[in-house]
Design a protein around this ligand. Structure first.
Ligand code: NAD
Ligand code: G6P
Ligand code: MN
Ligand code: MN
Length: 432
């Protein structure tokens, strides 16, 4: 059987993953799961680890759950390494969300300056983890969930030899949402996805192989909503959806509805509800109270309040597709390799890919339609500059990254935000 290492094992999402392994136990035999955390996450790790043990026990499985602060022990000879870390914890996320808001800029953990800050904190750590994989389990697959997932995957592919696939629950969430709108089983829905992480578009939508894109878009502009729990529920403009002719992802609201989203963020902040990080702190506290209960032996329903719904489905079905050489189609973050003809071969894109034991092969898409090409090119430039800044710690590259981000309005604001980010993250930026 397999050895799986989960880095950031104390995450409240871990029971979600465990459920995925339980559901697929027949096709994916896991002998050992190592949950790895750091000193600060020790208590969460033990609560989640004990719950994981009870879940496997209830399912009648013999999978051993190990909890450890020794990353090397976990990575050695692992078949799959899953990374779901949050460098600096939710406190750092709250700062990421608040800094831009002070300057009337979107405060979000993965897009805009917040995502930039999270990226430069995370890059040194993820590269360090990859050094361990290169040394101790060079054949292992790294499944990266750590946000900003596209940028982190880009860093790993550029600066390490680790075989990696980046994963997000947005595409699978969109498929499930479309199925719900149509009132059909999600297995009957297929979407041709193209773009970048948290910037992915559903180019065509099929039901039982029949193209139903315009039907879905019509419903969408008649007020059906496709969203994630962590994003304000704002409806799309009818005329925008009609002229786009594609399904935007929930995160596109930050780019196409910037003023309205900003208003929502400011409202939440001023009402005392706080930024998403502050809301998540409360949800997490309740969750861990639940997890502690020794009679709980399944994933509690409250976990659905988090934005990561279907997370485990995405991860474990992907791992199974690799392990069982399924040649199945999944939407993942992978090296472009010519699939999108007007992006460089060596950049990471989020796209439908054939998954087999050799990894993810992106399916040829062709040229990005002109309607979405500009935004994608600009955000990719921002991402590449962010990776470079995260690796080198060069101030000017960091500044240019922020200036290139479409959510940052000017050089003056970029400088102020960057200064705040560098000061407030000093402890987590050894490269600067
Ligand atoms: P969390 O803070 O609850 O969990 C992360 C865990 O990682 C914590 O227990 C923390 O102590 C630990 N950790 C931090 N630094 C570490 C290190 N260097 N080594 C090992 N462990 C470390 O955070 P969360 O809300 O569960 O999210 C975890 C990560 O997954 C975040 O980066 C988040 O953005 C990401 N995420 C991604 C998706 C996606 O769609 N790709 C979905 C959900 C969450
Ligand atoms: C979505 C995204 C993730 C993101 C999460 C945030 O699922 O795809 O990338 O991290 O939501 O959820 P949270 O509950 O932490 O705000
Ligand atoms: Mn093995
Ligand atoms: Mn995501």
């Amino acid at each position: 059987g397999l050895k799986v290492a989960v880095i950031g094992g104390g995450s409240s999402y871990t029971p979600e993953l465990i459920e995925g392994f339980i559901i697929r136990a027949k096709e994916l035999p896991v002998d050992d799961i190592y949950l790895v955390d750091i000193e600060e996450g020790k208590e969460k790790l033990s609560i989640v680890g004990e719950l994981a043990k009870r879940m496997f026990f209830k399912a009648g499985l013999k999978t051993r759950v190990h909890m450890t602060l020794d990353r090397k022990e976990a990575i050695e000879d692992a078949d799959f390494v899953i990374t779901q870390i949050r460098v600096g914890g939710l406190e750092a996320r709250a700062r990421d969300e608040r800094i831009p808001l002070r300057y009337n800029v979107i405060g979000q953990e993965t897009t805009g300056p917040g995502g930039f800050a999270k990226a430069i904190r995370t890059i040194p750590v993820i590269l360090d983890i990859c050094r361990d994989i290169e040394e101790l389990s060079p054949d292992a697959w790294l499944i990266n969930f750590t946000n900003p997932a596209g940028i982190i995957t880009e860093a790993v592919l550029r600066y390490t030899n680790v075989k990696t696939i980046g994963l997000c629950n947005v595409p699978i969430g969109m498929v499930n949402n479309v199925a719900k709108i149509l009132n059909v089983d999600s297995k009957r829905v297929r979407i041709e996805f193209v773009g970048l992480n948290h910037m992915v578009y559903g180019k065509e939508i099929y039901l039982d192989g029949k193209n139903i894109t315009s039907t879905v878009l019509k419903k969408l502009s008649d007020s059906a909503l496709i969203n994630m729990n962590n994003i304000p529920d704002l409806n799309w403009d009818k005329d925008f959806i009609y002229s786009l002719g594609m399904l935007p992802c929930p995160y596109h609201r930050y780019f196409y509805m910037t003023d309205e989203i900003l208003e929502e963020e400011i409202k939440a902040f001023q009402s005392g509800e706080g930024t998403r990080a502050q809301q998540v702190m409360k949800i997490e506290k309740d969750l861990f109270e639940k997890y502690k209960n020794p009679s709980l032996d399944e994933k509690p329903k409250e976990l659905e309040k988090r934005g990561g719904a279907y997370y485990s489905d995405a991860a474990v079905s992907l791992i199974s597709a690799i392990y069982n050489d399924k040649e199945e189609i999944h939407t993942v973050n992978v090296r472009n390799n010519g699939a999108i003809s007007n992006l460089p071969d060596d950049v990471v894109v989020e796209i439908n890919s054939v998954i087999s034991k050799t990894g993810a092969k992106p399916i040829a898409f062709g040229k990005l339609p002109i309607k979405i090409n500009g935004l994608i090119q600009q955000v990719k430039s921002y991402e590449l500059l962010t990776v470079k800044a995260g690796v080198t710690g060069d101030y000017y590259t960091a500044l240019m990254a922020l200036i290139a981000n479409p959510l940052v309005p000017s050089v003056k604001i970029a400088k102020k935000i960057l200064n705040d980010i560098l000061v407030q993250n000093r402890d987590y930026l050894p490269q600067f």
